[in-house]
Design a protein around this ligand. Structure first.
Ligand SMILES: [Mn+2]
Length: 489
């Protein structure tokens, strides 16, 4: 093949990166880009360098890079970047000038020597100029952060390997959400990577329609805690929660070997391996970092679950979101199955949820911008959360409280989008003395044992009483007049 002539098997338009200069720096960059499955085209004046690249099946040509006719077939509009990396800043400057004559927009990264060449290259049209001092400084910082991350990953692997021929139990909080489910899946895959068997175990229900859809569509294998003999397991891990028996029904004396969570722990955690990162918006973010650390390319299912975990946990990056959540989501995105996400996000409503939603719509009472509704007797308490999500979409409503009775408890679910209102705080103050309550400014829940309403056998009367008490308590604390009741339809 003549210099400058691209092979016929090469789809010229498909290249993402043009690398000019394939010495030690250029060659490393090519290798890294190839690892990330990028489509690269390389050019160098040295015949030997090009031969080496071609032997490793890279697309490369021998030629003078300052003569743009050598790679005139490249579609610059399609490129993500041009990397001008020869060791000679003067050559780099000429190359940049030539490229700019042909294309003003393409992103150019250039290699410089010092501040003087940096300026020259920038003047010629480089978007970024890398000089040894800037590169050293950034990589030193990156390296320090990486060391910590590598150390953690190694330690985790060590603890998992300690399970040997036994079995690892991976537990989550009760009624696991996508963050917990996807995190457990990831830990299971990491264990399986080193030949350790693992089982995902949960207590409570997978209630919310979206969560059911996630588990069903991705066919996630999860076992109910009550069907499992804990004696079968050699080690226990917990994800998206840090302590057995606190906010979950895991037997409190279960000895934890691995704890991975993003919530601040209620008290000091004792375990062989503890990784609690409060600068992550989701446990799925932390688990994604482990995948990257272990060089594991996630399967379509795993990537989709983790991505869904991050976006639901951070409410699509609107709450408690950190930079790490974005970078984790960006890493996962190419492997995510968008169709599956769509299917999970719009699951068909179960009859139970539909009933609760119907009742909540029917029984709604509006007090100013507050909506309080009684969903009646419910079978699935997650239906309340869905009903309140739905009702929050009503015009003029910024705070929604929906409650219902299941077995011997009253369950309350609340949603709020008024930044002046902290609904978690309101529920806490309203119901702390009779039950348990808590949550965030935008979403909260409470449960109250029905026993506090005494022995009333007639369901209708119980309902009426419950409704009165709940409404009064909430409106009192929220400082909303009951008279403001504007509508009951
Ligand atoms: Mn979480």
């Amino acid at each position: 093949m003549e210099p400058g002539e691209l092979g016929s098997d090469v789809h010229k338009k498909d290249y993402e990166y043009l690398v000019i200069g394939c010495g030690s720096v250029g060659f490393r960059v090519i290798r890294e880009l190839a690892k990330a499955r990028k489509k690269i085209f390389a050019i160098d004046i040295s015949k030997e360098k090009i031969e080496i690249l071609r032997e490793q099946s890279y697309d490369a040509i021998e030629g003078d890079a300052t003569d743009i006719s050598n790679y005139s077939d490249i579609d610059f509009d399609h490129l993500k970047a041009v990397l001008v990396l020869t060791p000679d800043p003067e050559v780099n400057r000429k190359v940049i000038q030539e490229i700019r004559k042909r294309n003003k927009a393409v992103f150019i990264v250039a290699r410089g020597n010092d501040t003087r060449t940096q300026e020259e290259l920038e003047d010629a049209g480089a978007d970024v100029v890398l000089t040894p001092s800037t590169v050293m400084a950034t990589s030193a910082i990156n390296y320090l952060t990486r060391i910590e991350s590598v150390r953690r990953a190694k330690e985790l692997m060590h603890v998992i390997e300690g399970v040997r021929d036994g079995k690892l139990a991976i537990l989550t909080h009760d009624n696991p959400d996508p963050d917990a489910i996807s995190s457990a899946m990831t830990l299971k895959e990491i264990a399986e990577k080193v030949g350790v068997r693992a089982e995902i175990i949960y207590f409570g229900d997978i209630g919310h329609e979206e969560n059911k859809a996630l588990v069903n569509i991705l066919q996630i294998d999860m076992k109910r805690g009550k069907d499992v003999d804990f004696g079968e397991f050699t080690k226990f891990a917990i994800v998206d929660s840090s302590r057995p028996g606190v906010n979950n029904t895991i037997p409190p004396d279960t000895p934890m070997s691995i704890v991975i969570d993003h919530h601040p722990p209620p008290q000091e955690i004792e375990a062989e391996y503890v990784d609690i990162r409060t600068d992550a918006g989701a446990t799925a973010t932390i688990m994604t970092k482990y995948l990257q650390e272990f060089d594991m390319i996630p399967s379509r299912e795993l990537a989709t679950a983790l991505f869904f975990g991050i976006i639901t946990e951070t409410d699509e990056f609107r709450r408690n979101t950190y930079p790490s959540d974005f970078t984790a989501a960006a890493f996962l995105y190419p492997y995510v199955d968008r169709e599956i996400i769509e299917k999970i996000e719009t699951p068909s409503l179960s009859a139970d949820t539909l009933d609760a939603l119907g009742m909540a719509i029917l029984n709604r009472h509006i007090y100013g911008s507050y909506l309080i509704s009684n969903a009646g007797v419910i079978r699935d308490k997650d239906a309340l959360a869905q009903a309140s999500d739905y009702l929050l979409k009503l015009e003029g409503i910024t705070t929604v409280i929906v409650f219902g009775i299941a077995k011997d408890h009253i369950y309350i679910s609340a949603r709020n989008k008024d930044i002046r209102v902290n609904i978690g705080d309101i529920l806490k103050r309203a119901f702390e003395d009779v039950g348990s309550a808590g949550g965030h400014p935008h979403a909260a829940g409470a449960q109250i044992p029905l026993g506090v309403f005494g022995e009333i056998s007639d369901k209708e009367s119980v309902m009426k009483l419950v409704e009165e008490v709940i409404t009064k308590r909430i409106l009192n604390i929220a400082g909303v007049e009951e008279k403001q009741k504007a509508e009951n339809s």
